[in-house]
Design a protein around this ligand. Sequence first.
Ligand SMILES: [Zn+2]
Length: 281
Amino acid sequence: MIVDVHTHVWECPCHIGETFVHDAKVTAGAGYKDIHVNLDSHWEAMQPVDRAIVLGFRARHVGVLVPNEYVAEYVGRHPEKLIGFCSVDPQDPDAVEQLDYAVQSLKLRGLKMGPIYQNVAPTDSRFRRLMKRAEELRIPLLIHQGTTFCANVSLEIANPIQLQPLALEFPKLITVIAHMGHPWIAETMVLIRKNRNMYADISALFYRPWQFYNALVTAMEYGVLDRLLMGSDYPFTTPQQTMDKLREVNRMTENTNLPRIPEKAIEDLIHRDTLGLLGLG
Ligand SMILES: [Zn+2]
């Protein structure tokens, strides 16, 4: 089975603020493409995979407020394929109640967080109360713990090392670190090596081909290739593009003595039992 563990749906401008779109444009330059998501296009892009996780995203600090109801309504149209994750903004006083509602009433099956976007450090009590509740609810966490194109954010709360105390405090919480924690890939690899309930997704990395190749080599050398999950970060890339680029990653090594990622390891990554690992099987 092929699972895309990391996809987004949102409408611009109603769910995504102007600053977020502006920062995306400035950073991407000539490579910018519209990030508005048309649900029919999302559905079409997911045809090459068997299951796709659709993430909510609540981060008032960067002007992103995708309603959890919107995610629930969309995944409810295709329950055979789509799995919805909610998001809650830790700055909201009633964030824990929102999480309970999203899981118990909206039937969303995981939690997406992004401290850099939400401007709350993972070690902050407002953040930790949500981790505690997620562990109690036995839902997996997908966390954007890495850098971003947004300008008005704090990089010092974005390093994956910030997750280390949470891993000790909530050992049963199943966590996926998005984008292998870029650019702190080595930190992410040692984190997932020692914490058996932590994984990392490879989404949105291939368009930096040298970093992508090195990220996979780093994972191989630390012995954690089997802890990596396939994800696209749709609409920034599609699952098909991501799988194609994974299968091409060894082109970097042609006519060199650089190490190759075994083809079997790449196919295993693409066909990973992600739902089983996340307790969603
Ligand atoms: Zn994403």
